[in-house]
Write a protein that binds this ligand. Sequence first.
Ligand code: ATP
Ligand code: MG
Length: 769
Amino acid sequence: MQGELRLTVDGPRWSRLLNSEAPVEEHDTMHEDPWVKSPVTLGTESLDYEVVENSAYREDQAQRGRWHRIHYAAIKWLFALLIGIGTGLSAFVINVAVENFSGWKFIATFAIMRHSYFAGLVVYVLFNATLVFSSVFIVTNFAPAAAGSGIPELKGYLNGIDTPGILLFRTLIGKILGSIGSVGGGLALGKEGPLVHTGACIASLVGQGGSTKYFINWQWLRVFKNDRDRRDLVTIGCAAGVAAAFRAPVGGVLFALEEVTSWWRSQLLWRVFFTSAVVAVVVRTAMSWCAHGNCGHFGSGGFIIWDISGGQDDYSFYELWPMAMLGIIGGLLGALFNQLTLYLSSYRRNVLHKKGDRVKIIEACLVSLITSVLSFGLPLLTTCTPCPDPVRYPDIVCPRPSKHYGNYVTFHCSSENQYNDLATIFFNTPDDAIRNLFSTKTVHEYSAQSLFIFMVMFYLLAVITYGIAVPSGQFVPGIMIGATYGRLVGMLVVSLYKKDDIDEGTYALLGAASFLGGSMRMTVSLCVIMVEITNNLNLLPLIMLVLLISKAVGDIFNMGFYEQQAHLRGIPLLESTPKRFMRKLSARDALRANKVVNFSRIAQVSHIVAVLCSNNHNGFPVIEELPNGQTLVIGLILRSYLLVLLQSKADFQDTPIAGDDRGRVTIRYSATDFVKPVSSKGLSINDIHLTPQELEMYLDLKPFVNPSPYMVPEDMSLTKVYNLFRQLGLRHVLVVPRPSRLTGLITRKDLLLPEVLEETSTELSSTRV
Ligand code: ATP
Ligand code: MG
């Protein structure tokens, strides 16, 4: 049915001006579309990774000489360096702060505990609650996008989906300060995920030359203004974050490749590699500076150092079955963890957090209280363990004088030669606790009962903690849980085979790998991160085995942790493989609008405004009517371009006559004028002010369209369309009938004839000038 559609225009100004004069062709409106109502598509917009090769862009490219290209490449490398330095320093700042806050907390608690356990508990609870409160307060009042790990949103961003606010300066600050509070406050979470987000924010800010809003702005850095270049930088930032969090440069590169990006280019690989190396150098330099006591409690602690260099060098065939069992346990517990966090996050999102910021703050403080009481109370209830025989194990320092890091923590044990094994895990920063769990030279340090209690409790704490409004990462809880059951299995193996060369620490490491594999479903990057940190290549085949099994088992039950969370947040991720049923469908079957909203080449301004007001689409095909009555698709125009044209008004013309467009565009616009800044939602139709006379005028859209949008024949299989979409990071694909005319055919050999092509290109540029 075709007819006039009364406009539902936002704001009285446009409805008054446009009232009845701008008929718009009827089309499927957003409200009738069942897809649009689904949580997956609501409120999200895609990024423009495709190059819009309009006249402005072509002129821009033609003017670029050799120096321009060198300058462009040099700036990219400089940015890679700056991202590396920035992320390395952020990791350092977070670590120094967390270690010091934790150190003060443990020292104060231990000192007061000597007089009264209750007073010790109160101090401990208050210390933690204050830190967690500061974190949740910053997040709720200043940087809402800093909550959570940020990895699902970044995965979405690099998949082509824009989540407003995730890369802002305030998010960066919120992330850094928030993770200091949440990790220092002893919650069951880690700083690794937030560091990835921190790296990405730094990358985005560097790319746009700082933050205009906060007056930290370097104009000379404003080189990359388009989504494509930003995507490169954000990828570099993600890799830098992992490299800084684990001190694993190659792991960082692989994490970006395997987990967060949907596409890859070899030039980018070089830059990512470079940045990760820079991060490694920055972190190492900072740590060696701190080793001389310059950084308070930071120095011997901080950063996950898996001290298992003295661990198992070899393994026997009979050990493979318990290791495979670890993989199965990891897969099961990981999948269960994903499911439980999904249910809880969904409840929080849809019910609890809708009640306002105050509820979020109370919830975080409550979780902090539960965590503190449990982690203080449970060690108190356990009996003290006698230290290992000092004659047989002269290297072991036991009990440690009430220090806040290291093995064999005394806690409440009064006798000289005793320690508290549960306190050894609880009264440490997460990184140090992990180190204790993995440590190899400690003979049977933990009792099976303590490990079991810790595992169950920490698992539940990690489930309830993920999703509160503080920055939180899932690597550390995953490693802690996995290391605990890994060590338990190790103890079982030792008692079964009674062999001295079987090491519990090695099993703890494999357990950690299995839980991360079962929950996050990463393989190569996790494996390399583990090997980089443990410095023990001998374990490589075992880690690979465990990761493969746990991923396979987890995949039977549900999606990976980040995919599930992305789905819950309504981020329409295109996963790596299309669904099977798509093979039976064609592009035509995916079309849901009866009629495409398009523009003719010469469009009246009032019509453009009316169309932009009547829907939220971002891409519109542009059609030209030929003298013989046929129509021709001359390209696709983006909403952002139309808004820039309407705002500038420079191209408005009085008559609907097509002009000669060459040269005009260059004078008025450069290619970068049309892209929206990362820090805002860009122009909106409500920002445009036009007089009634201007509304009567016309615009020739031809010079501004993307003349070569991707088009597919309507009977192309949907699987092919899906792969095209994902691999090229597309936003719109036009579906056309089978073409009737043929110009020619290109094979790969035609693209590999540089002399011929270069000659043609020079000829073309000379004729254009
Ligand atoms: P994105 O949301 O990915 O940034 P977009 O904003 O251009 O792209 P939407 O308007 O959000 O696209 O798409 C919602 C629905 O509207 C989809 O089903 C899509 O097919 C349809 N749609 C998009 N553009 C047009 C158009 N120009 N004419 C008709 N239907 C359209
Ligand atoms: Mg949209």
